[in-house]
Structures are given as C-alpha cells and as structure tokens.
Design a protein around this ligand. Sequence first.
Ligand SMILES: [Zn+2]
Length: 252
Amino acid sequence: MSGISIFMYHQVGRFPEMREHRASYCDTDRFRGHMRYLKFIGANVMSMSAAVAALQGQHPIPPRAVVLTFDDGCENFYENALPILQEYGFPAIVYAIAGMTGKSAQWLAASGHPTPPLMTDARLREVAASGIEIGSHAYDHIHLAGLPESALRHEVSDSKRRLEDALGRTVEHFCYPYGSHDLAAILATAEAGYRSAVTCQRGAATPDFDVLALPRKGVSYGDDAIGFAWKLHMKNKPKGLALSRAHVPGRQ
Ligand SMILES: [Zn+2]
C-alpha cells in the first residue's frame, strides 16, 4: 500500500439487503468493524486538511494513511457514524450539499430508494464543533461535467460561501456529486479557492494527482472487514479522465 486511501462512505445505519447502489450504504456494525481494523493495523487516519498537506509535500505521507469521507451529509452520519468515530478518536470529513441542508436526499427517489434526512445547518455546526471537517458537495447535487459556466460557478463557489455563512468557518474541501467532473469543474474549484476536491475514481491518492481531482475507494454494503482490508491495500490506478497533474493544463 502506498499513498493515502481516501475511503468514501455515504449512509451508515441498519439497512435491508441492498441489490443496487450498494456503495451508498454501510451497516453500523460493519462500519465499526472497519474502524476496529484501522486501529488494529495502526492506520494513520488523517483529516483531509492534513492529507492534502502531505500530498503537497509539506510533511511526509505516513504509513497506512487513511482519510474517511462521508458524502451528502445524512443525519444518519450524526446518529450512527459519529459516535463510533469519536470512540476511536478518528477524524473525518462530511461533504454537505449547500442548497439541501435540513431537507432530504430527494435524488434517491428516482431509483426507488428511501430519501433519508440531511443534516440541518445547526447539526452541521455541532458536527464541525466536534472536530469533523465539513466540505462542500456542491449546491444542488447535480452532475457538474458539461455545465454552463455560470451554473458551474454557482455549484462550486456559491456552495462554499453558503456553507461558510451557515457554519461560521472556512470550507476548504470539495466533493464532485456523482464524481462528475471535467477540466472546467477542476478549474472552477481552483478559482473558488478549495484546497482539495475528490472524485469517485478508484485508487489511492498519491502526490502524482492533482489535489483537485483526488481518487477514492468506495466502501460497499458488502464490505466486511476482509473486503475493507482488501480495498485498503489495493494499488489499482484509476481509469477514465486523465487525472495526473501533468495532464491538467493551467495547474501544477
Ligand atoms: Zn452525493
């Protein structure tokens, strides 16, 4: 294993057996098992801010480096994941949708899935005060690739401002909804002043990647401790959009 394994979670709780969208659900007991495994192997669970600093060479990347990310800002993060993270003393980042706080995950209805409540601004402030970083998951949870410039700016820049106003602290990290991004989206996150942005490309993050297009490792409903361990140690390179810094013109 090399680089930093940035794990992607969505919902944590008790769910019936999932046949589709399995990457959106993690059973609470399995989640606890993942954290237990990280502690067992002496993983260095880092905040996203610390991980970015390491990827940029400000300090060495520690062995067994891990970041825990939670997309969408579901209330079940607060109910089920946060107490376990606190038990283990692990940092994490939650990516909240700026225009949907206090509402529900309506986009899941289209695929016949339940639409869990999303954390309110007050809840996000409480979570932030407990030491969890809050990042932006755009404004409306839409695909960003191919968006007209003004709409893209709204999703990327206005979401940052809206969350910063609601939280009373800076929002430095971004997460592309559905992993959807293109060069214009990457450049928009740079212009907005984000320090990092994550995709759904699979693989470990290394200094070869642009920090505004970092790969992650999705945790699936079926991942027990062995599946989780396999993902932690896998080294496969992401496929798809060329993500290495050398391939993103205008950025270094
Ligand atoms: Zn999402």
